[in-house]
Design a protein around this ligand. Structure first.
Ligand code: HEC
Length: 471
């Protein structure tokens, strides 16, 4: 029997949402650090070749203020990601570490290299020759990009596991179908963020306007790769699994919205900067540059939300559902129940009038809590407020058909009834008295619905490898 990790309870806070927030901030900072390295090499080169008289001054300021901010906050949010991810989905992290521990170790060595090179530059910059400086910056940029390269393989594997499903080879998992579009896309985003931040920094420098304009024009060259974004975006969508693509392209209104925010903001930034800065050679003031950077944050947030959301109902495609239940374990859990191997007591201040309600709360925690709260964000009592008990029973027994981005229910009919009772009791304000629901006919009806729904994911026809194509 597979072991399960402890499942934590956060009441009204939806773990998936917290994870998303931390991830967005971290990705933004981390990508900025990658782009920052590349941009600094470029400006150091401008300085060394005498192409811009203020390039050296810029390198000092940019590195000290921004790279260090992204460095420190990037590292802190990186730790925060681990912390949150382990709370939210220890199963997912477990599977990632199990399959890719060597790659992960390699990623950390590059991270160490990045930190060391960055620190040396920061500490000894005034005493270093230009040649050594550009070497250090080069190492910094390369190491930062390599950690993107490595982590990108692991993250993209979560969405498109490709041939790995059959071969289980690390190389197949790492160089999965979305590896290249995603790596190139993130690299372009990284230099874009760095260039926008550069425009803010240049505006803060104490040099005259004309000198600023010259620097901005140089920085804006790094915005040119943005033109590749639509192409890379389409490539990414093309390699995405069909059902994920259908969520983002309209199947899920929220996802559609976030994708539109992301594309809209990118288009705005792209057209403004390419036309204004690169072609017309216009000046961009600090406020505008800051606004563009905020817009870029919005684009990143939208993009990350879509990437995270598009995996539903999986956290690792065809390997693990978001609630850490394995697809090939659902049939067994339908027999033995999902409470049998969950030894962890509930942490709650609620007083349950009967044991059935306590069981229901545990079923909710195990199967639903990663994406729902009881009555807060995406609260199930709200979503079902107009349903009667039978509608709840049927729609939850057929969960993967109710909404194909939810996993199939993975427990017994009795457990499903406990869940329904728990939700109804919560909806009614957790009254002190509540009768246990024990009618055999209800359980039999639920069993029929469960059998009708089967144990495969909602879009199982797309997962022939998972099902063996036997139905
Ligand atoms: C992978 C994440 C995920 C898991 C796990 C999950 N859900 Fe959902 N569920 C969603 C999302 C997203 C929605 C859409 C919410 C909306 O429409 O606002 C949803 C919608 C619903 C709805 C409303 C359906 C409708 O037709 O309006 C119900 C009821 C529901 N979920 C119950 C559950 C229950 C009960 C569980 C646990 C047995 C569960 N969900 C597990 C993500 C999930």
């Amino acid at each position: 029997m597979p072991e399960i990790y402890p499942i934590n309870d956060y009441g009204p806070i939806m773990p998936g949402l917290v994870m998303g927030m931390v991830a967005i901030v971290h990705v933004f900072l981390a990508q900025f650090a990658v782009g920052g390295g590349i941009l600094l090499c470029y400006f150091q080169w401008l300085k060394m070749t005498g192409r811009n008289e203020n390039a050296g001054k810029f390198v000092d300021g940019y590195f000290k203020v921004l790279v260090l901010i992204s460095f420190v906050l990037g590292a802190l949010t990186g730790v925060a990601i681990w912390f949150t991810a382990i709370q939210v989905s220890a199963g997912t992290i477990g599977a990632m570490v199990l399959n890719f521990h060597w790659l992960w170790a390699t990623e950390w060595t590059f991270f160490c290299l990045e930190i060391s090179a960055g620190y040396c530059f920061y500490r000894y910059q005034d005493r270093l020759s230009d040649r050594i400086s550009i070497w250090l910056l080069g190492i910094y940029a390369f190491a930062a990009w390599m950690s993107l390269f490595l982590i990108n393989g692991i993250l993209s594997w979560q969405l498109t596991s490709g041939n790995w499903l059959q071969t289980k080879s690390v190389a197949d998992g790492f160089f999965n179908p979305s590896f290249w579009p995603s790596l190139l896309f993130r690299t372009v985003v990284s230099v874009t963020l760095a260039a926008l931040a550069a425009c803010v920094v240049i505006n803060l420098m104490s040099i005259d306007r004309q000198a600023k304009a010259k620097l901005i024009h140089k920085a804006s060259l790094l915005l040119v790769p943005m033109m590749l974004m639509p192409l890379l975006g389409v490539w990414f969508l093309a390699v995405m699994p069909g059902d994920s693509r259908s969520w983002v392209l309209g199947g899920s209104p929220a996802m559609m919205l976030f994708l539109s925010i992301s594309i809209g903001s990118s288009l705005l930034i792209g057209s403004y900067t390419i036309i204004g800065l690169v072609i017309k050679n216009l000046f961009i003031n600090g406020v505008t540059a800051t606004l563009l950077l905020i817009l870029a944050f919005g684009a990143t947030a939208g993009g990350e939300f879509v990437r995270e959301g598009a995996r539903k109902p999986f956290s690792i495609r065809q390997v693990l559902y978001s609630n850490s239940i394995r697809p090939d374990d659902v049939a067994r859990l339908r027999e033995v129940g999902c409470l049998a191997d969950d030894p962890y007591p509930l942490k709650t201040t609620l007083t349950f009038p009967n044991e059935q309600l306590r069981d229901g709360a545990k079923v909710f925690r195990r199967q639903c809590a990663v994406c729902h709260t009881v009555s807060g964000t995406n609260g199930v009592t709200h979503l079902t407020s107009t349903w009667d008990a039978d509608q709840m029973r049927m729609n939850m027994a057929k969960l993967q058909q109710t909404k194909p981005f939810m996993p199939p229910f993975a427990g017994t009919a009795t457990e499903l009834e406990a869940l329904v009772q728990f939700l109804r009791w919560s909806h009614d304000g957790t009254p002190k008295a509540w009768d246990e629901s024990k009618q055999l006919i209800v359980i039999q009806q639920i069993q029929t619905w469960l059998d009708e729904a089967g144990t495969k994911p909602g879009n199982y026809k797309q997962y022939e490898t998972l099902t063996g194509g036997d139905e």
